[in-house]
Design a protein around this ligand. Sequence first.
Ligand SMILES: C[S@@+](CC[C@H](N)C(=O)[O-])C[C@H]1O[C@@H](n2cnc3c(N)ncnc32)[C@H](O)[C@@H]1O
Length: 425
Amino acid sequence: MLRRTRNEAGRIAARPPLAGRPDSQTPPRTPRYVATMHDAASPSHGLSLRLNGRRVLVAAAGEATPALVRLALRAGAQVTVCGGPALPADAAHPRLRRDDRAPCLDGLRLCLTADAALAGRARAAGVLCAVPGRPDLSDVAGPWDDAAPATDAPATDAPAMDAPATDAGALPAPSRPRAPGRASLVGAGPGDPALLTLRALQVLATADLVLHDRLVGPEVLALAPAHARRVDVGKRCGRHVMTQAAINRLLVREALAGAHVVRLKGGDPFIFGRGGEELDCLRDAGLDVEVVPGVTAACAAAARLGIPLTHRDVSRSLHLVTGHGSDNEIPALDWGALAATRGTLALYMSTRTLDGVAARLIAGGMSPATPAVAVENVSLPGERVRLATLATLPGVLAGDPGEGPTLVIVGEVVARVRAGALRAA
Ligand SMILES: C[S@@+](CC[C@H](N)C(=O)[O-])C[C@H]1O[C@@H](n2cnc3c(N)ncnc32)[C@H](O)[C@@H]1O
């Protein structure tokens, strides 16, 4: 029997096992969920099932096994896998164990299985069941089968369930089924829409929700459909308007609710863009993710300046380096080793720390006379190029750091800068 309450917004809220008895198995901690029930009246919020610390059985679930295991682990559950294919080697996890004997149903919170007979036995033993793709046999709906209808309600960062409460029993099936959506991590390039890839354009054209960095300009955002919501999740004065954890949650929640969520990031999503963290969260939630590369600032700046980033006569390697460590400190890299490569260094996020970075490179053996260039706002209005040397560029930038994003390139290739690029600065 479920106990449900309706809050002022008309949402159904659920509470963990009731019953006037303390549930020693339910430690008070951050709620984590794997399954969300939606009701037709308030589709973006609904009833969720708390699985943190609870036992979940994934049994005879066939090809869906790895995705179901990931979901349950993500929700904090203790997971037993029984039957189904071997899990990939990288699935090892302290809360995961394999036991291919007849499944033990005692103490289970949830049984995820493709075996209808097992689901029947589990339910008879008082265990909640979900049979992927068979809502008629399931007590719990989830991202493994058709979920909730889409919503135009604005996304919030509130957890799907803020008031726990469920006992056991059959839950109503959603009235308008909608499959889980998908997510795309898309590189927007350095700013000029002409530097987007064709694939980025195609993906944007099917977006329902675009979560974008601050530097992604209006011309690029205009390429998403008119109905798509656009949310700026970027930085303001060095601070994110939304934390990375909140961005991750928003991405996952909206995609699970059926949207095509496009995470649009400046440059390339996997270069100093936290794209890897977002990818992990989406994959952990069992979602399909497409990654679309973008033109990274170093390549855009080099093209603008007309310099090759590598050249067999003067530079045999390219190093993409951040000048920004935690607390605005210089990152603890082996600057001497970088100097010794005699390759090209592309320094991202280095305007404030360039003085110290240059000192470390010079101490590591790089000539103070090595050509160095700072390119601000590459491909954008306000583009500015300042050419100097490793020793003098920090002073140039200190006197006038500029307000736009700035990339610094250090290396002998910089000497090949074309005169036209400097005149335009
Ligand atoms: C958080 S990193 C993101 C890098 C991005 N993912 C890429 O691949 O270009 C931000 C830094 O990239 C560089 N950057 C990004 N866009 C730029 C632009 N249009 N002009 C110059 N530098 C840029 C700057 O060094 C900036 O501080």
